[in-house]
Design a binder for this molecule. Structure first.
Ligand code: FES
Length: 398
């Protein structure tokens, strides 16, 4: 430690003396009162206005301008990029699929470039300072607090930001557009209408709705309960072309496929899906369609929900897998107690009582899918859920 660093602290000035002092003197006093000795304080550019300084200024401003540009692109993409759901088989799917990556990339780059700009400014313009401070504890008194403010002001001056108009304007622009982007993000939900489509709005219906399929006579094609075999859509279609409906044996679920006291996750499947391999893949990713098909032990006592008495098929019950608390997958079925467990916050639902919550933060039962078995012995859905799946929202009644 230097001899300067161990010298005794400066005398504390009176109020009148402080009134007479300049900001620079107050800042120096602040250092002395804190037992700080400034060993070295060298400005990055000792001669103002050199070409090197201007070059450094332009390079810092460029980072902030780039940040502002990406923030502006984010705002435009967030508002104007097609975000309404488009099925893989329909035109415009590629643009829809790019929505999340585009807003994520533009927002992320905007933040990253803003950060790089700040770091570049510090590296290029903050003075090279070396200070030594003696450690001491306790609360600061009024003199300390006042002098610290002056010290901060002096530090601001030392960074030379006051005379760097280009950097101030570019960082102001970047921060302004960035703030606009953050505002758009917060208000976006108010600009868009989640109820476009009325009764058919995305929050009310799922991929199990019969009218999502092709028309057959006066109705719609059957919606089978499909398991995820791991095969890609292309492989399923190939197999179907080669060997016909036999290729679908492992795909469509039948009652004998499940042992008593077991559970299988299923997804909707229609024969028309075979026209589009991408749709076969996409349905496994739709967030509101996963269903737990549960086979209870024979003779298990069950309580059926009023209005849903015929939703099950014998010992088979189909419940939405989307937790009614915050939407995690309720993936765990405990066969001994017939409890369905959500691993996120430990909500438990009783499979023998229309999946009503019996523990944890969830307050609503898991919606039940009405199922039956068709003439060929495959499970089919008799319709969509009769209530919205997943967490609660303002407009839902149930
Ligand atoms: S999301 Fe299931 S308990 Fe919270």
């Amino acid at each position: 430690m230097s001899s300067e660093a161990s010298q005794s602290p400066a005398r504390r000035p009176t109020e009148a003396e402080m009134e007479e002092m300049t900001p620079d003197q107050l800042a120096t006093l602040a250092a002395e009162l804190d037992d700080v000795v400034v060993v070295q304080n060298l400005p990055k550019f000792s001669v103002p206005g050199t070409r090197a300084e201007k070059r450094a200024e332009r390079s810092v401003a460029a980072w902030f301008l780039l940040s502002g540009l990406f923030a502006a692109l984010f705002v435009v993409a967030f508002i104007a990029w097609p975000h309404e759901y488009v099925a893989p088989s329909e035109p415009g799917y590629q643009m829809y699929a790019l929505y999340t990556p585009v807003i994520g990339a533009t927002f992320g780059l905007s933040v990253l470039l803003l950060g790089i700009g700040v770091v570049a400014y510090v590296k290029k313009f903050f003075p090279d300072e070396l200070s030594i401070q003696q450690r001491h504890d306790g609360r600061s008194d009024d003199v300390d607090r006042r002098t610290v403010l002056a010290q901060l002001a002096k530090a601001g001056q030392d960074t030379t930001i006051a005379r760097r108009g280009m950097i101030k304007r570019s960082v102001g622009l970047a921060a302004g557009v960035f703030g606009l982007g953050a505002g758009v993000l917060a208000l976006g939900g108010l600009i868009r209408d989640p109820w476009k489509g009325g009764d058919k709005a995305a929050l009310w219906v799922t991929g199990w709705a019969p009218d999502h399929g092709a028309k057959v006579g006066n109705g719609f094609e059957p919606v089978y309960l499909r398991r995820d075999t791991g095969a890609l859509g292309e492989e399923i279609v190939e197999e179907f072309r080669a060997s016909g409906e036999r290729a679908l044996d492992g795909l469509r679920v039948r009652p004998e496929d499940l042992d008593a006291a077991s559970m299988e996750t299923v997804f909707p499947f229609r024969m028309s899906d075979l026209k589009d391999p991408k749709k076969l893949d996409h349905v496994l990713k739709e967030s509101d369609v996963p269903v737990m098909l549960i086979r209870l032990r024979p003779g298990e006592r069950v309580t059926l929900r009023s209005g849903q008495e015929d939703f099950h098929y014998g010992d088979y019950f189909a419940f939405s897998k989307v937790c009614t608390h915050l939407g995690c997958p309720t993936s765990l079925y405990e066969a001994q107690t017939n409890r369905i467990l959500c691993p996120c916050h430990q909500s438990q639902f009783l499979a023998t009582e229309y999946a009503k919550p019996i523990f944890g933060p969830a307050t609503r039962s898991l919606p039940e899918l009405p199922i039956t078995v068709d003439d060929e012995g495959y499970f089919v859905a008799r319709g969509d859920f009769n209530e919205a799946v997943g967490p609660g929202f303002w407009e839902r009644k149930s």
